[in-house]
Ligand binder design. Structure first.
Ligand code: GLN
Length: 536
């Protein structure tokens, strides 16, 4: 018996960026998974950074961390939240990584004296990575970052063009997502920008099989047939990707438009109808919340909520677990001069962060939450801020700090570990990816997880300084989670408070709408109790 051929979907975007290619890819994956296929994803990013780890979150959005400790594009978060794929280093490839590897091979003489060129060397490298990401699955969805027409994405598009010839036309489906704006002044949907982006795509030899039209309304038949005619696709291959109230409505909206059916026809895949019961149940519960809780997020990257993408989603998931909706108010920690603005919040959260800017405002937010007994969640830098605040205001270590914020603090309660100091300078000091953690009985963390042994993902350099362990514990800080060898403090809590917890790890990376993360469910439950008390 011959093995089933692996199928590929390539998703490109046109007209402008930010149309939701990542979410569309994730939603397509969820529909094909619901038809029984094993799905994987690959995000190709055309920029020259080797990975997004060094990029400013305000420019690029969140850096998503995989279980195997790679800093990747935030679209991998969508893929993991919408499907059962487990992201790893193979699922995100940047142009920088491709060139890095090609140049490395050139230096080692692996091209045997040949002239190294974009075609075939760079394109071969890209194709090899596509094949790797497609190992052991039925279907690989490849999302090409950027917009068709950008200079940077050309080698990727060329690789994709060749790919179809390599693996057989019948095994590839090209999906192109572009904007179809409604121009109010003339009361018309305009298809010209989309036509131009399809032309651009065709000029590099790629013909779309399916066109996803991002719009604010359903496309009438006449508009679909016009697009079909000008872009050389069937009318039923023109699919409306209308704005949705909630991103989790996307799979059902696509299914109603017949998108998954059309994809299976293009790819010659025989499956039954998708089983969408879980998605339907999710949307029913999202549409009928019993209450709304307001969470104040006090951070530094509040101008771009994409900088906290997974965190936002994990909070919403916590809402799903408590039959309530969650509204997030973003507060800039640098401008937080009067903590009274926090009094209306049902819960306060201090997220991850780097550098000293805005740390003072975060410390004040933690103090307010602790003293006013407002449910509080500190994540990564947010947990380190909890430790600093507690050291200063409860344990009496007046100018306690993290050496990241003040290198000459007399009380470095957060610091580099001595092992890290030795390898400093090699750039290998960041703790990244999944690490095991043991929880202590009788703590909020233990009761939320319902187990002693957990594993969560990390992305940080600094750690709780073990020299201050005893003093802070004696002053009442509860160290509720630590690395199995007991050396690293991973979770802190205080008692005599409705809910106050800081985690050195990032639990948000493991939350999905179908399996909301236990810490977020527990936090939102506490916030919901406060909301019930305040509002009734
Ligand atoms: N800046 C802190 C560190 O490097 C925290 C990092 C984070 O919040 N992800 O340890």
């Amino acid at each position: 018996m011959t093995a089933k051929p692996l199928k590929f979907i390539f998703v490109t975007g046109g007209v402008l960026s930010g149309l939701g290619k990542g979410l569309s890819s994730a939603a397509i994956g969820s529909l094909l998974e619901a038809r029984g296929l094993k799905v994987n994803f690959l995000k190709l990013d055309p920029y020259l950074n080797v990975d997004p780890g060094t990029m400013n979150p305000i420019q690029h959005g969140e850096v998503y961390v995989t279980e195997d400790g790679v800093e990747t594009d935030l679209d991998l978060g969508h893929y993991e939240r919408f499907t059962h794929m487990e992201a790893n280093s193979r699922n995100n490839v940047t142009a920088g990584r491709v060139y890095d590897s090609v140049i490395g091979k050139e230096r080692r003489g692996e091209y045997l004296g040949g002239t190294v060129q974009v075609i075939p060397h760079v394109t071969d490298e890209i194709k090899e990575r596509i094949h790797k990401a497609g190992e052991n699955v039925d279907l690989l969805i490849v999302e090409v970052g950027g917009t068709v027409g950008d200079i940077e994405s050309l080698p990727f598009l060329e690789a994709i063009r060749q790919f179809r010839a390599d693996v057989g036309r019948e095994n590839v489906c090209n999906v192109h997502l572009a904007l179809v704006p409604f121009i109010a002044a003339v009361g018309e949907l305009k298809t010209k920008p989309l036509q131009h982006s399809v032309k651009e795509l065709q000029s590099v030899g790629i013909a779309p099989d399916i066109i996803l039209c991002r719009t604010d309304r359903y496309l009438p038949r006449s508009v679909k047939s016009k697009i079909g005619l000008f872009c050389n696709v069937d009318e039923d291959a023109v699919v409306t990707a209308k704005d949705v109230d909630n991103i989790y409505e996307l799979p059902l909206a696509f299914n109603e438009e017949g998108l998954d059916e059309k994809i299976t026809r293009v790819l010659g895949i025989w499956t039954g109808a998708p089983n969408l019961g879980a998605w339907e149940g999710l949307i029913r519960s999202l549409k009928a919340p019993e209450a709304e809780v307001r969470i104040a997020m006090v951070g530094k990257y509040v101008d771009l909520s994409d900088a906290y993408k997974s965190l936002n989603e994990a909070l919403y998931h916590g809402g799903i677990g408590n039959r309530c909706s969650v509204k997030i108010d973003y507060l800039d920690s640098e401008k937080l001069t009067d903590t009274a603005v926090l009094s209306r919040a049902h819960g306060i959260l201090v997220p991850h962060g780097f550098g000293s800017r805005g740390a003072a405002g975060k410390i004040e937010a933690v103090r307010y939450a602790r003293e006013q007994k407002i449910p509080f969640f500190g994540i990564c830098f947010g947990m380190q801020i909890c430790v600093i605040e507690f050291a200063r205001n409860v344990a009496g270590l007046k100018s306690a700090n993290s050496t990241e914020v003040d290198a000459s603090t007399p009380h470095p309660v957060i610091d580099f570990m001595s092992e890290q100091r030795e390898i400093e300078g090699t750039g290998g000091t960041m703790r990244l990816g999944g690490y095991p953690c043991s929880l202590r009985e009788g703590t909020v963390a233990h009761s939320a997880y319902g187990t002693f042994d957990i594993s969560e993902r990390h992305r940080h350099r600094y750690e709780f300084n073990p020299e201050y362990r005893e003093r802070l514990e004696n002053a009442g800080l509860m160290l509720s989670g630590s690395s199995p060898d007991g050396k690293l403090v991973e979770v802190v809590e205080i008692s005599d408070h409705p809910w106050f917890l800081g985690s050195q790890f990032h639990p948000e990376f493991k939350s999905t709408p179908f399996a909301p993360h236990p810490l977020f469910v527990s936090f939102i439950r506490a916030a919901r109790s406060r909301s019930d008390r305040l509002e009734h």
